[in-house]
Design a protein around this ligand. Sequence first.
Ligand SMILES: [Zn+2]
Length: 390
Amino acid sequence: MLFAFALLSLGSWLGRLAYAYQDLSDETLKKLPGPGDDFDIKKGSILAPILVPRVSGTEGNAAVRQHFVDFFKTHLPEWTISLHNSTSTTPVSNGKEVPFVNLIATRDPPGTAEGDVSRLALVAHYDSKYTPTGFIGATDSAAPCAMILHVARSIEAALAKKWAATPDDDLDAEHRGVQILLLDGEEAFKSWTDSDSLYGARALAEDWETSFHMASSTYRTPLDSIELFLLLDLLGSKGPKVPSYFKTTHWAYKHMANAEQRLRKLGLIKSSPNHDTKMAKRENKKPRAERPFLTEAAKGDDAFLGGFVQDDHVPFMARGVEILHIIPSPFPQVWHNIEDDGEHLDMDTVEDWTKLVMAFTAEWMELDGFFDAPAKKLTVDAEKSEFEIP
Ligand SMILES: [Zn+2]
């Protein structure tokens, strides 16, 4: 990532005003499932397989991608998976083409046509940095990838239930889906430049710009179909502070900040001094000061000065996609440091982010009242989870 300070002239994108969004009830917020052992850094079925070096073009990178494919095939067969391939030379590849493979998982309402669904995109990069040798990148971005997988698995039953309960003509009117983009080649190999960084994101945004849906479609291209590009990066260290970077999506940031505040009030934020388990042990039940992750809910319109962080959203933003960038400023202390590994994650904070992103996604998809069933427990049979990459 690189800090840039620039004024954007993207033109305002106010075309899509029919945003639906429905707060979850307190009851539902309390029911949102935590990841349990699945985030164990040694043997957890979701996170542990990602906590390995996974530089683009290496075996480690392919193995992590296979883990994602297995996860969807095993637990989320309703999701459509595709791989987006591109190649590029890098400053360290000696003229050789390195493959970059993005994974795209899509869940649209049943019976809807490809070009008629607007999607919330949950995005993180899964490659790890070339240097220092052995770099894991737990916050960058193994943990965000794990968060997204757990969110997908946790909302699937509610999504299916909601769609089954929705009359077909309402579904027609609604057309909202979820898309997961796990991007490759975010990291620079040598030092961050326009050509040495964002390999996967640049190739995907460019290809999607000219991948046209049928002429009768509501949305022209897969880029137009993205209602909000929610990018998670550098999450998992204690005490993050995430500003609101973009004026045009500040409304979405405020929704997420509101969800955070409500989760805190309900004692559901594990890293908070007021989490219900800590409260129960404390004699003085007076709530202590909260330190919110999202610090700029009250930011005024004229306080947006154009500073932002270079990351996977850039090629999408340049093509008019609306971005909500959830990345702390300042970056975590372990950033691009060999210590950014599983042991240095603050697991309470990882779980808190997961719950918050889950709440936001569930509110976006208006899933209140559909979380009645307890979440499926994940049991992966490592032996049998060999799937062909489509
Ligand atoms: Zn990085």
